[in-house]
Ligand binder design. Structure first.
Ligand code: G3P
Length: 217
């Protein structure tokens, strides 16, 4: 399973990328607004930091303008993936991009039916939103499960990118279902490292090691 960072914060992306565990980045208009950066500059900077795919989202709502925006964004760097919303126009634009071998991430997916259409439109990634479904009392992980099963059954090549992740458990549940990618907010990614028994165990090891009076170097 690939790990993408769901952020447009350049410093956070830089420091997480230094771990060597990051396969890509996803952004959206809200994350760009939060960063306070110019959109094009931000994508340019992120693409210089991370080698893997970097999703940049169009903001037009009609297919023709989405295509123009997407083409401009795809010229920023070779690892830019165009992100389009799961609307009729978004999928028209997706089909157009996929015909031109431009990679597309179809976002704001909330149903298996939508995911089928995105796959038919040649999406590289489908982004089902776990957290936002859970927020309204629906079952985000169940949607992931449905999409993974349908894509497997029909041999769709679109990768399932678990998005709107709110907890470490969302990541583990998505991984168990076989998602190709999880896009993870920096805070949650940091907490994947944590376990109280790791801290406790390390402190005991270090205390006992000190008693030996030895040093490795
Ligand atoms: O980037 C799309 C998605 O991950 C957004 O997450 O937390 O705003 O629902 P969230």
């Amino acid at each position: 399973m690939k790990i993408f960072i769901d952020s447009a914060d350049i410093n956070e992306i830089k420091s997480l990328n230094d771990t060597g565990l990051i396969d890509g980045v996803t952004t959206n208009p809200s994350l760009i607004a939060k960063s306070g950066l110019n959109f094009i500059d931000a994508i340019e900077k992120i693409c210089k930091i991370v080698d893997g795919p970097v999703s940049a989202e169009v903001t037009a709502t009609d297919a023709d303008t989405m295509i123009l925006e997407g083409k401009k964004l795809s010229k920023i760097a070779s690892n830019v993936v165009i992100k389009v919303p799961l609307t009729v126009d978004g999928l028209k634009a997706c089909k157009n991009f996929s015909n031109e071998n431009i990679k597309v991430n179809v976002t704001l997916c909330f149903s298996a039916a939508q995911a089928i259409l995105a796959a038919k439109a040649g999406a590289t990634y489908i982004s089902p939103f776990i957290g936002r479904l859970d927020d309204i009392g629906a079952d985000g992980i169940n949607l992931i499960s449905e999409i993974v099963d349908i894509y497997d059954l029909h041999d769709f090549k679109t990768e399932v990118l678990a998005a709107s992740i709110r907890s470490v458990q969302d990541i583990v549940d998505s991984a168990k279902l076989g998602v190709h990618v999880a896009t993870i907010p920096p805070k949650i990614l940091q907490s994947m490292y944590d376990h109280p028994l790791t801290d406790k165990g390390l402190s005991t090891f270090l205390k006992d090691w000190e008693k030996t009076g030895q040093s490795i170097l």
